[in-house]
Design a protein around this ligand. Structure first.
Ligand code: NAP
Length: 316
């Protein structure tokens, strides 16, 4: 079978670290082009400065993976869908819920596949956690997502601009796991967002979530000021007394303290396998739940101003 010719639009950290290797390891895809604001060639394939230049020059593309910051995804995704390309969106899929809904409408009208990926949902142990929680009620749940922004986003300025999500850029990964494994609706009850006085997006956040299937608190803490390694952990106690802990961003799971062998294949390999299935079946997969929860936090959040954030690389 002829491989699907795919281009990566937004050739930054995640494109290079994960998308290129996952595409190269999947026989159903052939990497055909890259697009970046400052074009940086990938060996053996053309690179373009804008997606419009690429669409005008390459008529034989089948699909694109959009790995830009979220604020520019809508225009790019719309142009690509209108050109008949299948579209994979990195997380978060766009800056607003309305943009994602409109992209889904365009994809349906063009009979093209739209896939809003949430890579953390594909972490090795997440499907096992969902299976163990199916049909359960939640007695208590704690999400702790703490990392060092200087380590994980060195020099990135877009994360601090409106539409850049701030600490919700990693935090939305936790929300994507929670909305995937909790067998019932989730919504935000209240939130506190901590903004450095010189930035437009929060550096930390505390949320309280609620669910019709939860009798106790669902507490969420995101923090980018954490310097002692990373903590990407979700603890859940069910009404039946089961204790689940997902750690390492969903890669590891324990049940009542005992390790559970993870059955998943790994995040980006699983994402591209699913993209192939969706294209073959001419289906879309559009999941807005994590973005809805983040939007609710921004709607309801009390704003607390904290000390300025100084980025070692850019500001000193
Ligand atoms: P990044 O390193 O800043 O890369 C973004 C790239 O997009 C840059 O090369 C940027 O070029 C390019 N770009 C910006 N606007 C563009 C446009 N209109 N057309 C074409 N290219 C454009 O950011 P990243 O860390 O890879 O993150 C990108 C997305 O992936 C984010 O939504 C993030 O949440 C997600 N993600 C990141 C990670 C991670 O570990 N970094 C993990 C999972 C998911 P310029 O720099 O020249 O503007």
């Amino acid at each position: 079978m002829k491989p699907l010719r795919i281009a990566i639009i937004g050739y930054g950290k995640i494109a290079r670290d994960q998308h290129v290797p996952a595409i190269q390891a999947n026989a159903r895809f052939a990497l055909a082009a890259t697009v970046s604001s400052k074009p940086e060639p990938h060996p053996g394939i053309p690179s373009f400065g804008t997606h419009r230049e690429m669409l005008a020059a390459m008529h034989d593309l089948d699909a694109v993976a959009i790995c830009t910051p979220p604020s520019v995804r809508y225009d790019i995704g719309r142009d690509c869908l209108l050109a008949g390309k299948h579209v994979l969106l990195e997380k978060p899929p766009a800056a607003t819920l309305g943009e994602v809904e409109e992209l889904a409408r365009v994809a349906a009208a063009r009979d093209a596949t739209l896939f809003t990926t949430w890579h953390a949902q594909h972490a090795a142990a997440v499907a096992d956690a969902a299976r163990l929680l199916a049909g359960q009620k939640i007695a208590a749940m704690k999400i702790a997502w703490r990392e060092d922004v200087r380590k994980w986003h060195p020099g990135q300025q877009w994360i601090w601009e409106p539409g850049g999500f701030g600490v919700f850029d990693p935090g939305i990964n936790a929300l994507s796991i929670a909305s995937h494994i909790v067998p019932g609706a989730l919504f935000v009850r209240d939130a506190e967002l901590l903004y450095p006085e010189n930035r437009q997006t929060p550096i930390a956040a505390r949320l309280n979530l609620a669910s019709p299937i939860a009798s106790g608190a669902i507490e969420v803490a995101f923090d980018w000021r954490h310097q002692a390694g990373e903590m990407w952990r979700i603890d859940i106690r069910t009404a039946d007394g089961l204790e689940l802990r997902l750690s390492e961003g969903g890669a590891k799971l324990t049940l009542d303290g005992d390790p559970v062998d993870a059955s998943g294949s790994g995040e980006y390999q699983s994402i591209y396998n699913h993209f192939v299935d969706l294209i073959d079946e001419r289906r879309s997969h559009v999941d807005i739940e994590p973005l809805r929860l983040a939007a609710e936090a921004f709607l309801l959040g009390r704003r607390t101003i904290v000390e300025p954030f100084v980025d070692r690389v850019q500001d000193v």
